[in-house]
Ligand binder design. Structure first.
Ligand code: DC
Length: 222
């Protein structure tokens, strides 16, 4: 059976970066599951499908091919064969991805795709429901958090670094709205799995978070 390390947590907690660094340190792959919801959300925006309309979102999902290409250099995300890796990080796609992920049928489909992927090789998988739903038997589970203000500041810096014009107060407002949506949705809301180790990264560098995780993995493997 493939070794899986689940990392869940709210938006901006640094899951993707940490997951990628951890995977690199361990010489295994990294699956970013949020990118799959983002790819579907991009298609909804392009086709004028309301991401909040669960029926329409599920129908859209059923006729959409989403694939990920994983290698040590990172993940490429493909929407119906098109590489959309560079197109799915905008605030519009973020909001639409959070909305589209509410649809039960969309979640069912994504969970199956993610499980299939995780069976292929050892990997670090990050998302919202990895430890609770996608891979409840993951060998290691982490729940990564940080204060909303710190997460908003990181997201703001990241968007600016990608050349996206934005305003800190608005980023914070959107982040709080997305937190609420992710934690209160009916199907598989974001929550810490009972057996997950919670790490509050507010006062930690990324390197310190990765070192903490590596210690846990190595100690338990020894
Ligand atoms: O991690 P992210 O910001 O790229 O995720 C985008 C949205 O996708 C997020 O608001 C909630 C949803 N998502 C989810 O519901 N379950 C996952 N495993 C990953 C992401």
């Amino acid at each position: 059976m493939a070794l899986t390390i689940a990392i869940d947590g709210p938006v901006g907690a640094g899951k993707s970066t940490i997951a990628s660094m951890l995977a690199h340190s361990l010489g295994i792959l990294h699956l970013d599951t949020g990118a799959m919801y983002r790819a579907l959300a991009l298609k909804a925006l392009r086709e004028g499908v309301d991401p909040r309309d669960a029926g329409a979102a599920e129908a859209l999902c059923a006729r959409t091919d989403i694939r990920v290409g994983l290698n040590n250099g990172g993940q490429r995300t493909f929407l119906d064969g098109e590489d959309v890796t560079g197109l799915i990080r905008t605030p519009e796609v973020s909001a639409a991805a959070s909305a589209i992920s509410l649809a039960a049928g969309v979640r069912r489909d994504m969970v199956l795709r993610q499980r299939r992927c995780a069976q292929q090789a050892d990997m670090v998988v990050d998302g919202r429901d990895i430890g609770t739903r996608v891979l409840p038997d993951a060998a290691f589970k982490f729940f990564l958090t940080a204060s909303p203000e710190i997460r908003a500041r990181r997201r703001y810096d990241e968007l600016r670094a990608h050349g996206v014009a934005c305003d800190y107060a608005q980023v914070l407002r959107e982040l709080i709205a997305r937190d609420r949506q992710d934690t209160t949705r009916a199907v598989d809301p974001l929550r810490r799995a009972e057996d997950a180790l919670e790490i509050d990264s507010s006062g930690m560098t990324q390197e310190q978070v990765v070192q903490t995780m590596l210690r846990v993995v190595k100690e338990r493997k020894a």
